[in-house]
Design a protein around this ligand. Sequence first.
Ligand SMILES: Nc1ncnc2c1ncn2[C@@H]1O[C@H](COP(=O)(O)OP(=O)(O)O)[C@@H](O)[C@H]1O
Ligand SMILES: [Mg+2]
Length: 254
Amino acid sequence: MSAPHHIPAAEAIIACEGLSKHFGGIRAFTDVAFQARRGEVTAVIGDNGAGKSTLIRSLVGVHQPDAGNLFFDGRARPFANPDEARKAGVETVHQNLALIDELTVAQNLFLNREIVRRIGPFAFLDRKAMKREARSMLSRLSINVPSINQRVRRLSGGQRQAISICRAVGSGAKLVVMDEPTAALGVQETANVEALIRRLREQSVSVILVSHNFDQVCRLSDQIWVMRAGKMAATVRASETSGNELVALVTGAA
Ligand SMILES: Nc1ncnc2c1ncn2[C@@H]1O[C@H](COP(=O)(O)OP(=O)(O)O)[C@@H](O)[C@H]1O
Ligand SMILES: [Mg+2]
């Protein structure tokens, strides 16, 4: 088993040590050390129930860890809630897509961060500016949707996932965290989301990718962390491992 490596603090966009979280009597994970390097795609893999989602949620302020230290962008800072994480530059794409079916693509992109224009005592939504900015956000990531005025109810699973990712990164995030972003997608849609992740890395956005697709993880990521039964069991460079080794690390056969 590889010992968890330690990268210089300045190179880590996010790091934790001694992190633990339990729900009543259930230990989700214990004494976890984890780091993600700036500008890299960092994968977290492991069997169902290994603790991946809970770890991710504990990093981005959804859960409060019971113990341990968290560092983001060079500062010690647990996040009290996801909003605080977002303000610091951490965006999360959760597995259940948080889009509103009856709103349009542009409205979803600006949900809870509407552009407001003030004239004297009056404040109103700047719909023109939001549409302009929505087009530019989509084109920066080469995302194709029929129209930004289309309700998202009519979009495919892959298009919805792309909109979620676009919303996450459109706000200038430093770190984008994705929990199983392609689990529910078809082959072509998965390829599109993978291309999006590559584009994020080209634009120097750091990515944490939770996935149980070992081939995908080998293709996309730089560093792979393996969780097993609530522990961080190993970490390997993607370029120095194989699907077979990952299976062995995940199951504990290695
Ligand atoms: N809100 C919760 N309440 C109680 N137990 C939970 C909760 N969330 C996760 N767990 C438990 O924590 C463990 C890890 O779950 P999870 O992080 O979802 O694993 P993974 O994402 O690797 O499949 C599981 O045993 C799960 O049942
Ligand atoms: Mg999960």
